[in-house]
Design a protein around this ligand. Structure first.
Ligand code: SME
Length: 146
């Protein structure tokens, strides 16, 4: 199965997983698990905006930094810019926060409610250039379901 086929299969599964559930943490937990298992990413999870920083939320993969400041790292930059950031090589991203030295590329997708970012979806891969416009489009669709 290619990447597009995997996303197309995953989308209705995620729709079903979140349907009828109102607790955002529960939904984030299953979405992280579904994505992680489908694609075999290195790290898949959420950081929530709590007061003035990002705080680690539901995730799959190795332990990670618990707090990230506004504008810091890829996650904090996505929060600040209110848009998805695709990083083909994390070692070249100024201010990248290395939670794990195994990570080589990353995508961060903001979750926007009522015009403000309430969380970000962060995915890391051990491959360089693992994420592209297709991931951006599908992942943006997935976070809108939350
Ligand atoms: N690399 C991220 C930090 C979070 S970990 O990758 C799980 C960043 O630069 O924001």
């Amino acid at each position: 199965m290619n990447k597009a086929e995997k996303y197309q299969l995953l989308l209705p599964q995620i729709e079903a997983l979140v349907a009828g559930e109102t607790d955002i943490i529960a939904k984030m937990a299953n979405v992280a698990a579904a994505l992680h298992e489908t694609f075999g990413f290195w790290w898949t999870g959420f950081y929530r905006v709590v007061n003035d920083e990002l705080v680690l939320g539901p995730f799959q993969g190795p332990i990670a930094c618990t707090r990230i400041r506004y504008g810091r790292g890829v996650c904090g930059t996505s929060w600040q810019q209110e848009e998805t950031i695709v990083v083909p090589n994390v070692h070249e991203f100024p201010g990248h926060i290395a939670c794990s030295s195994a990570s080589n590329s990353e995508i961060v997708v903001p979750l926007i409610r009522d015009d403000s970012v309430i969380a970000v979806l962060d995915i890391d891969s051990t491959e360089f250039g693992a994420f592209d416009e297709m991931d951006k489009a599908y992942l943006e669709q997935i976070v809108r379901l939350l």
